[in-house]
Design a protein around this ligand. Structure first.
Ligand SMILES: Cc1cc2nc3c(=O)[nH]c(=O)nc-3n(C[C@H](O)[C@H](O)[C@H](O)COP(=O)(O)OP(=O)(O)OC[C@H]3O[C@@H](n4cnc5c(N)ncnc54)[C@H](O)[C@@H]3O)c2cc1C
Length: 565
């Protein structure tokens, strides 16, 4: 069992945007990179495949290049700005100083076909002789998710049915589902439902917005894709019984297994390494050079004819910061590396989209999560008592009257490898961070860990037990992710670049800010699908990624039947 130390927290804060320390790249990796550099022109050409960014999208792209496109792992190079690989999946901390995770992530068999395909080919990092897919499915068999309190009303009672959508709003949903994507992608959800604003207080909206991190300012097309993917599962939206998770958080389940696979195949990882710029030849539509800041040293790699570059052109986790029990998470003044690389590229040539639509300072695309680490079960048991949930089988509970959209999740315990037996962890988040809370008269983004905990405790009706609860608190760590929902902001058809623009190019865009038909762009499945598809297209493979589930007539029937109730 790995033991997390204080370095874990430092590492997370580095991952989350405060990285300054120099990382180490092994001599072997340096040598491999030099093979492609200008000074080694005389060496025989070897195909090199580069990834700008080391999140789930990049790791999945590398996985499919090796598994399906038969690319040798040692020709793949992953450049990651922060100290850790894994992007938004990163976790940190320990049982002494408190844990931090960006959110309680959940998966789904039906809506994560590409991710599940990949997980079926990866060996579990936690259980011998088992795939990650089986690790997750076995855990689910023993601990099936069944949420008893998806929404808690003003009286502290669970709402477990009824979506509260008025007839005129149902009509608007029908119009949304039949609209062409390009017609509604620039329209915000608030604008689309302008004449039926009550939709934005309905239970359906509370569930969808807090599960898929949508806000009234998100694009209507994202809501359309979410409803399309979920149309067949309407009654289960309350119980979330189609959701999946593992014993441990997904960094230690999915990312660790992926990293093990890639390392076993000799893939090269460079951390603290930022891809700053690229040279693009407009006549051939190809990238000819990559400019890096590798641990403070400027480097350039020149691309051979067969070399490829995959760019994660936007990241929901960059510039994230953490606070602690007494301190709110600060605002980072860093410019996200992904957006700045994307901006440089889009300045060089049309057709590469427009980061400004997603990285607008006024766009308010941030969310705050906070992880509560306690040296007893007091708080965990109190949450379960209110919700009627069992630890490990719950999913998400949102407090309907919370201006922050406060949502709590009691994850399986232990949730972190190395978590002490007597320590419990719960994770909460809010989606409206620029308004005061119901009890704390501060915008969520300005609240310390203690203040966030107080708001939660008040919603749980446990104010009189404050002393008892706080006596056992090890830490409450807020995490501000300023661009968490940026990929869902309204955009015109050309503003997200196609994953692969032209089959003769050597460049692909992957992750949530690349365009690839339908699908929930916010989800990890989308990141995997863009990368898988890009890997196939750039290597000329005849394979295809699995398309997102498409709502059939029967699904729409279920959807509208459920909305009538
Ligand atoms: C709060 C939150 C909750 C979520 N919950 C769920 C969930 O429950 N289920 C689900 O399916 N999905 C969920 N997601 C979505 C999921 O986390 C993302 O889809 C996934 O992480 C996207 O992976 P990515 O590689 O595209 O981007 P990221 O995870 O953001 O990783 C990108 C990485 O690339 C690096 N990078 C970018 N540009 C450069 C550069 N130029 N040079 C070097 N490095 C660079 C960044 O530092 C970062 O580490 C959630 C996301 C958030 C923010």
């Amino acid at each position: 069992m790995k033991r997390k130390t204080i370095a874990g927290l430092a590492a997370l804060s580095a991952v989350l945007g405060a990285a300054t320390a120099a990382g180490v790249i092994t001599a072997k990796r340096k040598k491999q990179k030099q093979l492609a550099s200008k000074d080694n022109k005389s060496l025989p050409p070897k195909r090199n495949i580069y990834f700008a960014g080391g999140g789930l999208a990049a790791l999945s792209g590398a996985y499919y290049l090796i598994r399906d496109c038969k690319i040798a792992g040692d020709s793949i190079h992953i450049f990651e700005e922060s100290e850790n690989i894994g992007g938004a999946f990163n976790v940190g901390g320990d049982s002494e100083t408190g844990y931090v995770c960006t959110s309680p992530k959940l998966l789904s068999v039906r809506n994560h076909a590409n991710l599940m395909d990949m997980l079926s080919g990866l060996k579990s990092a936690n259980i011998e002789d088992m795939s990650v897919k089986d690790e997750i499915l076995n855990f689910m068999r023993a601990n099936p998710i069944y949420e008893n309190a998806r929404i808690i009303d003003a009286d502290g009672k669970a709402i477990d049915s009824g979506f509260g959508v008025t007839k005129p709003a149902v009509k608007r949903i029908k119009a949304l589902l039949s609209a062409k994507d390009y017609m509604i992608s620039e329209v915000s959800i608030a604008e689309f439902f302008e004449e039926t604003p009550e939709f934005l207080t309905s239970n359906l909206w509370i569930i969808l917005s807090t599960t898929y991190m949508l806000s009234a300012m998100s694009s209507a097309v994202e809501l359309k894709h979410v409803i399309n993917c979920l149309a067949g599962e309407m009654p289960e939206l309350y119980t979330m019984k189609n959701a999946l998770r593992a014993q441990f958080n997904l960094q230690e389940t999915v990312i660790s297994a992926l990293k093990n696979y890639l390392e076993a195949n000799n893939v090269n990882f460079a951390t603290h390494c930022v891809v700053k710029d690229v040279d693009f030849e407009t006549d051939t539509n190809r990238i000819s050079a990559i400019h890096l800041d590798d641990n403070g040293t400027a480097k350039t790699f020149y691309l051979n004819k067969t070399d490829l570059l995959f760019i994660t052109n936007g990241s929901v986790s960059e510039c994230a910061t953490i606070g602690d029990y007494n301190t709110p998470a600060p605002v980072s003044d860093e410019i996200p590396a992904s957006a700045s690389l994307w901006r440089r590229l889009s300045d060089k040539c049309d057709g590469f989209g427009n980061p400004d639509s997603f990285y607008d300072e006024d766009a308010a695309s941030g969310i705050i999560s906070f992880t509560v680490t306690s040296k007893s079960r007091t708080l965990l048991d109190a949450v379960n008592e209110l919700t009627g949930n069992e630890t490990g089988c719950s999913a998400l509970t949102t407090f309907k009257t919370s201006p922050w959209g406060l949502t709590v999740s009691t994850m399986p315990q232990p949730y972190f490898d190395g978590q002490s037996d007597d320590v419990t962890v719960i994770c909460c988040y809010g989606t409206s961070i620029d308004v005061p809370g119901k009890y704390i008269e501060k915008n969520m983004r300005h609240a310390s860990g203690a203040e966030l905990l107080f708001e939660l405790v008040k919603f749980l009706g446990l104010e009189e037990r404050w002393e008892e609860i706080t006596a056992d608190i090890i830490n409450v760590i807020p995490c501000l992710m300023p661009y968490a929902t940026a990929s869902s902001l309204p955009y015109s058809d050309e503003e997200k670049p196609l994953a692969v623009k032209d089959k003769h190019t050597n460049l692909a865009f992957i992750g949530q800010f690349a365009k690839l038909g339908a699908g929930i762009s916010y989800s990890s499945e989308y990141a995997v699908r863009t990368a898988r598809e890009a890997a196939y297209r750039l290597t000329g493979s005849r394979k295809s990624s699995t398309p997102p589930p498409c709502a059939a007539a029967a699904s729409y029937f279920k959807l509208f039947k459920a909305l009538k109730k």
